[in-house]
Design a protein around this ligand. Structure first.
Ligand SMILES: C[C@H](O)[C@H](O)[C@H]1CNC2=NC(N)=NC(=O)C2=N1
Length: 100
């Protein structure tokens, strides 16, 4: 997996419009808000199992109904296609679980 740069980075970011690019970390971030803590933690449980399946793991922070997620590929020193694909999985899963 190689770090996304230049026009490849720009077209990758266009695929995840709900995410913010963190140039310092060379990562993407998104904050999800669920109905309550149980829903937030249920989402985190599903995402943890998916992370194990993909062998690709988020950096995240949870307080009550809110989950802040950051994706970057440590082995590549920045954003790769793995992060984009997982972010798209998160968008679909969070939406299906009622996040906004
Ligand atoms: C040894 C194991 O394959 C690596 O540490 C995997 C695990 N999960 C990972 N997650 C993320 N976000 N980046 C990685 O480079 C990574 N590498």
């Amino acid at each position: 997996m190689t770090k996304l740069e230049g026009s490849a980075l720009q077209s990758a970011l266009a695929q995840v419009p709900a995410w913010t690019f963190d140039a310092e970390r060379h990562a993407i971030r998104r904050t999800l808000r669920f109905a309550d803590f149980k829903a937030a933690f249920g989402f985190m449980t599903r995402t943890a199992l998916e992370a194990e399946r993909q062998n690709h793991h988020p950096e995240w922070f949870n307080v009550y109904h809110q989950v802040e997620i950051l994706f970057s590929t440590h082995d590549a020193g920045g954003l790769t296609e793995l992060d984009i694909a997982f972010a798209r999985w998160v968008d679909a899963t969070a939406l299906a679980m009622g996040a906004r």
